[in-house]
Design a protein around this ligand. Structure first.
Ligand code: CO
Length: 499
């Protein structure tokens, strides 16, 4: 028997094209004009083979367009090469996070010598606007899929037209960060050179699709990093001790090793905070701390002589990765996930001989910023990304042992939390949209003047609804019925003015 929210890990095979949504209760704010576009896995079972992990399934784009107090919904499969091939054969076609195609001995050898065969192109983690005419869906390799935000239809494969496009640079994050002041998008790739692995930080300037290298950070082992932090002047990579080596990655297809299984937890390495100056691409320093694991950097900011690095840290370390196997998520009593909480790591930036060097021991101070379990963190990015922030929103659980069953708003200044919870309901990432979205008044108004939009799975009715919370009070503002259950998605972005 499965648990009640297992329907959130079932196939969604139904596409929906531009359907007007009924406002069940409340009202949509009249100023809300634009689209929330989300991506995530919605096909977990193929005709001949099933995916094994939540981060494996074939992507669908979900678009919620708001205008004039009304909302319209479109859900369309991302017609990626993986989708096209897998829906034709009914088989896993490329290496995903865990699932791998069953390859015969010859095919394994072919894949070894032609690594392009190995990597999937299935943008199920996040979406990104590169410029007005280029929106892409991303995963944790740079092979992206372009889509049209007007109708969520797939345009085709997208590769960055630059020198970084190489099989040596096949690991990245689906969490690029936008520098509001510089109008540049930052991200990094892990470079798989066996003798000198490194992280290559790049930026995309002002709507360009070509990546410019900012700088490189050498390492002895590549860490699994789902995201990174960025302050006004610095990029911070938290090298968790879940590490691999380029050689292991190269030999994966030979042994049929799942991607994430090529990483090993080496707690004794501890965590290494690697800080790069965005202005000259130089390594400012490396700060070491105890072993920890997180998917999401929440925020980073420069305060006096310190860099504050805020993470949503898992108490059980990388065990959470195993908790997201589909069999476990669906099983009766399953869906238990580790606690993750908001932690701040204070790195002393100014320190004489530190440049290029490394500081050990107690130089990093850790603070517990808030108690509630927190994942899928959100804040008023446009206003606060280059400075301090007060409010964080995210998904949470009501008690240890539960799957995420509530939303939380954390007030760092008052040290208090507000929650939204309803029995039998499982909410997704509460995307924050400021009232000033789409206007020139970037810093006007209160930091929490806006709405949070979340897709909530209602297991009592076996379907999902769209929930809008007033971000200030965290009270329900509107609820809109969706035509079916939507599986648990990953990330989405709000694009003002896109209808
Ligand atoms: Co993420």
């Amino acid at each position: 028997m499965a648990n009640e929210f297992a329907i959130g890990f079932d196939n969604l095979e139904q596409e929906t094209i531009d359907q007007e949504l009924h406002v069940d209760s409340g009202h949509l704010p009249p100023w809300l004009r634009g689209s929330l576009i989300r991506t995530g896995p919605t096909l977990f079972r193929l005709a001949q083979q099933s995916y094994q992990h939540w981060f494996d399934g074939l992507a669908m784009l979900q678009k919620f367009a708001f205008d004039d107090g009304k909302a319209r919904y479109t859900g369309r499969f991302l017609r990626s090469p993986d989708y096209v091939k897998s829906s034709r054969t009914g088989l896993v076609s490329s290496d995903e996070f865990v699932s791998v195609p069953s390859r015969g001995p010859l095919e394994r050898l072919f894949t070894l010598v032609d690594p392009e065969r190995q990597f999937g192109r299935n943008g199920m983690v996040n979406v990104l606007k590169l410029n007005d005419s280029c929106y892409i869906a991303m995963t944790e390799n740079p092979l992206a899929v372009q889509f049209n935000p007007a109708d969520a239809a797939t345009v085709g494969a997208f590769d960055y037209p630059d020198d970084l496009h190489s099989v040596l640079n096949m690991i990245t994050t689906a969490h690029p960060r936008y520098d509001v002041a510089r109008k540049s998008i930052y991200n990094f790739v892990s470079r798989l050179i066996p003798l000198r692995p490194r992280y290559v930080v790049y930026r995309l300037d002002n709507g360009s699709t070509r990546r410019t290298v900012v700088g490189e950070i050498e390492t002895d082992a590549l860490a699994y990093m789902h995201s990174f932090g960025m302050s006004e002047n610095y990029i911070v990579l938290a090298e968790f001790p879940l590490v691999t080596h380029p050689t292991s990655l190269f030999f994966m297809p030979l042994f049929g090793t799942p991607y994430i299984k090529s990483y090993t937890w080496k707690a004794q390495r501890g965590t290494r905070f690697r800080v790069m100056d965005k202005r000259d691409g130089k390594l400012v320093g490396t700060w070491e701390h105890d072993a920890l694991f997180a998917f999401h950097h929440v925020h980073a900011q420069e305060v006096g002589d310190e860099l504050f690095v805020d993470l949503s840290v898992y108490e059980g370390g990388p065990a959470v990765i195993d908790q997201f196997y589909l069999a476990r998520l669906r099983a009766a009593g399953g869906g238990e996930i580790s606690y993750s909480g908001l932690r701040r790591y204070r790195l002393p930036l100014r320190g004489g001989s530190l440049r290029g060097g490394s500081l050990r021991g107690d130089s990093v101070r850790e603070e517990r910023l808030a108690e509630p379990m927190l994942e899928m963190p959100q804040f008023n990015y446009r206003r606060c990304s280059n400075g301090s922030y007060r409010y964080i929103y995210g998904v949470s659980f009501t008690a240890p042992g539960k799957f995420v069953d509530q939303l939380v708003k954390i007030d760092l200044q008052k040290n208090e939390n507000r929650f939204w919870h309803e029995d039998g309901c499982y909410p997704g990432e509460p995307v924050f949209v400021p009232r000033t979205a789409g206007t020139a008044a970037g810093d006007a108004g209160a930091e929490d003047d806006g709405v949070n939009i979340s897709v909530v799975l209602d297991t009592r009715r076996r379907r999902s609804f769209l929930l809008l919370l007033d971000a200030s009070t965290f009270e329900e503002m509107a609820r809109l019925d969706l035509p079916h259950a939507i599986p648990f998605m990953l990330h989405g972005q709000f694009y003002a003015g896109v209808l």
